[in-house]
Design a protein around this ligand. Structure first.
Ligand code: AMP
Length: 419
C-alpha cells in the first residue's frame, strides 16, 4: 500500500510516500518512494521540493496561501507524469499524520474521526504552536482525499505508559487534575522506532530487554524503555526539559525564572524565549547551536565551545546512569538523531566512564560510524551500544498499516491517578 505521510507545520508541509505492508515492515523492507516539502506557505514565493531516489531533486515556486493549496500542489506533483512517482492520485491508499500532542487521550495511533479531531483540538492548549497546524494539514488532506483513511500518530503516545511516580511533578496534585500538568515526553515515534529497529538488529524480541534510547538532534531526549514500554523520558510537559539541546536549556532550577524576572526585569515572554531559543549549545558557546560548528570551534581552542560540548555529553551520561538505575539495569543504549548518528565524539564522551556498568565502546568502530546503523560496543561489552538512524515517517507509515489491520503496539492504556 502507498501511504502519504504528512508533517504539517504553520508554514510548511513535509511529506513522504512510503510503500509498505505487514510483510514488508516485518522484513524491514518498506520503501520510501519520495520525500519533499512545501515551505513558506502564506507567502508569494512558496517553494515545493520533491526528492525521488536516484533522480535530481525537483523544485518549483508559486504563491501558496494555505494548507489546502499546498496539499493539492503536492498531490499534483506526485502524480505528474514527468516528475512524479504515482500513476494517479488514487494510488494513495491512506494518509498518516504526525500530531505532536495527544495529551492523556491517546496512548497509540488512531483513525481520525470527528471525535478524534475534537480531542486533538482539546490537546491544543498543551501544544498551541503545533496541534493547530497539524490539524490544518489534516483538514486539507481530508478535503483532497476524502475516501481514504487518515491516521493520527502522536509524538507523545509512546510515553503514555509512564507511571504516575514518573510523570508527576512535585507540585500540588490539583494542578495535575485541573490542568493535566505533568510530564508527557516527545520524540515518541523516534524512540519507538529506534527501540524496535535496534532490537531487530541484535536479534532480540522487541519486548524482552531494558533499553535506553538517546535521540540527539536539534531537540534532544532520552527514554528508558523497559520491555517495550517507555517508563521515563527526559522531555517533560514541554520539550524544554531534560538534555541540553541546540538552543534549549534542558534541566535548570525553576527558581531561575522568577529570579531573572526580578533582577533583570525580564518579562515572562522574554525568559521563555531565552530558555527555548537562546540557551543550550548556542547560549553556552556563543558560537552556534549546530554541533558540527561546536566541535570545530573547540578543536580550534574555543573554550566556551568546549564547555558546551562537555555539558552536552555529561548530561547524556547522567541520564543514561539515571535510567539504568530506574530500570534496575540496562541491556543496550541506542543513539539516534543528527548528532547521535553522526558524531563519534559525542557518543564516546557520553559513554566514557560507564565501563563499571558494563558499557564498553569499540573506539575504532565508533570512530568509523557516521550516518549508518551498527554496533559500536566492543565484543565483550555486557551492555550493547548501537547507532540506529531514526525514521519517524516510516514509523508513521507502519502505524497506518497496524491501525488498518487492527494491530497496534501492545502497550496498555495509561494508569490513571485517582485524586
Ligand atoms: P537533527 O535535528 O536530527 O537533524 O540533528 C541536527 C544536529 O545534528 C545539528 O546539531 C547538527 O550539527 C548535527 N550533526 C549533523 N551532522 C553531524 C556531524 N557529522 N557531526 C556532528 N554533528 C552533526
Amino acid at each position: 500500500m502507498k501511504i502519504l505521510v504528512l508533517n504539517s507545520g504553520s508554514s510548511s508541509v513535509k511529506f513522504q510516500v512510503i510503500e509498505t505492508d505487514l510483510e514488508r515492515m516485518n522484513a524491514h523492507q518498506d520503501q520510501t518512494l519520495a520525500t519533499g516539502l512545501v515551505e513558506k506557505i502564506g507567502l508569494s514565493d512558496s517553494r515545493l521540493v520533491l526528492k525521488v531516489p536516484d533522480r535530481k531533486a525537483y523544485t518549483d515556486y508559486r504563491e501558496i496561501l494555505e494548507h489546502r493549496a499546498a496539499i493539492d500542489w503536492v498531490l499534483r506533483i506526485l502524480a505528474d507524469p514527468e516528475v512524479g512517482i504515482l500513476g494517479e492520485v488514487a494510488e494513495v491508499g491512506a494518509v498518516g499524520h504526525r500530531v505532536v500532542h495527544g495529551g492523556e487521550a491517546f496512548a497509540s495511533s488512531v483513525i481520525i474521526t470527528p471525535d478524534v479531531v475534537q480531542q486533538i483540538e482539546d490537546c491544543s492548549v498543551l501544544a498551541p504552536l503545533h496541534n493547530p497546524p497539524n490539524l490544518r494539514g489534516y483538514y486539507a488532506a481530508h478535503a483532497a482525499l476524502p475516501d481514504v483513511p487518515h491516521i493520527a500518530v502522536f509524538d507523545t503516545a509512546f510515553h503514555q505508559t509512564m507511571a504516575p511516580h514518573s510523570f508527576l511533578y512535585g507540585i500540588p496534585f490539583q494542578l495535575y487534575t485541573k490542568h493535566a500538568l505533568r510530564k508527557y515526553g516527545f520524540h515518541g515515534t523516534s524512540h519507538r522506532y529506534v527501540a524496535f529497529r535496534g532490537s531487530q538488529i541484535l536479534g532480540w524480541e522487541k519486548d524482552e530487554k531494558k533499553l535506553i534510547t538517546v535521540h540527539l538532534g536539534n531537540g534532544c531526549s532520552a527514554a528508558a524503555i523497559d520491555r517495550g514500554k517507555s517508563v521515563d523520558t527526559s522531555m517533560g510537559f514541554t520539550p524544554l526539559e531534560g538534555l541540553l539541546m541546540g538552543t534549549r536549556s534542558g534541566d535548570m532550577d525553576p527558581a531561575i525564572v522568577p529570579w531573572l524576572m526580578a533582577m533583570e526585569e525580564m518579562t515572562l515572554h522574554q525568559v521563555n524565549t531565552m530558555m527555548n531559543k537562546h540557551s543550550g549549545l548556542y547560549g553556552i558557546s556563543g558560537v552556534s547551536s549546530d554541533m558540527r560548528e561546536i566541535i570545530e570551534a573547540r578543536a580550534g581552542g574555543h573554550q566556551r565551545a568546549d564547555v558546551a560540548f562537555r555539558m552536552f555529553c555529561y548530561r547524556v551520561k547522567k541520564y543514561i546512569g539515571a535510567y539504568a538505575a530506574a530500570m534496575g539495569g540496562v541491556d543496550a543504549v541506542f543513539f539516534t538523531g543528527g548528532i547521535g548518528e553522526n558524531s563519534p565524539e559525542v557518543r564516546e564522551w557520553a559513554l566514557s566512564g560507564l565501563e563499571y556498568m558494563g558499557i564498553e565502546l569499540d573506539r575504532h568502530i565508533n570512530d568509523g560510524l557516521r550516518g549508518g546503523e551498527g554496533e559500536i560496543s566492543s565484543d565483550g561489552s555486557k551492555v550493547k551500544a548501537l547507532v540506529v538512524p531514526t525514521n519517524e515517517e516510516k514509523t508513521i507509515a507502519r502505524d497506518v498499516v497496524r491501525v488498518l489491520n487492527g494491530i497496534m503496539p501492545s502497550w496498555e492504556p495509561p494508569e490513571t491517578v485517582s485524586p
